[in-house]
Design a protein around this ligand. Structure first.
Ligand SMILES: [Zn+2]
Length: 124
């Protein structure tokens, strides 16, 4: 997956399914990663990815959606809260990431972003 050389802000291993070396490199979708990189450029601050590519086995184990965009390499969960969450949702819209899942309650706060075709917003 040669496109990774052109990605400015992320390393492919940040998207690895847990314990599966190079799975981010091999399985992340180029268009999704390019959009996320463009979002990161506009955001101007580090972004922590808590989940990128998932094997089907891993996705099942953690109770992910059966047709999860993570399994297709077209999604990432970003550890953010508060004002940053608001900013990232706006930037997702700007770069054309149409799937936005919001978890902003309690300790486990993140924003899920994915590259689906039809716009969708949900909360966890
Ligand atoms: Zn997610």
């Amino acid at each position: 997956m040669t496109f990774w050389k052109q990605i400015k802000y992320f390393k492919s291993n940040e998207f690895d399914s847990p314990s599966i070396l190079k799975s981010g490199y091999d399985n992340m979708d180029e268009q999704f990663v390019r959009k996320l990189d463009a979002l990161r450029e506009k955001f101007g601050k580090p972004m922590i990815i808590t989940s990128g590519y998932r094997t089907e086995i891993y996705n099942d184990r953690i109770g992910g959606a059966p047709n999860s965009m993570h399994v297709k390499g077209k999604a990432a969960d970003i550890l953010v809260r508060g004002e940053d969450a608001y900013t990232i949702i706006g930037l997702a819209y700007m770069v054309g990431l149409k799937g936005i899942g919001v978890s902003q309650k309690g300790r486990n706060r993140f924003i899920h972003l994915d590259d689906r075709d039809e716009p969708m917003v949900w909360s966890y």
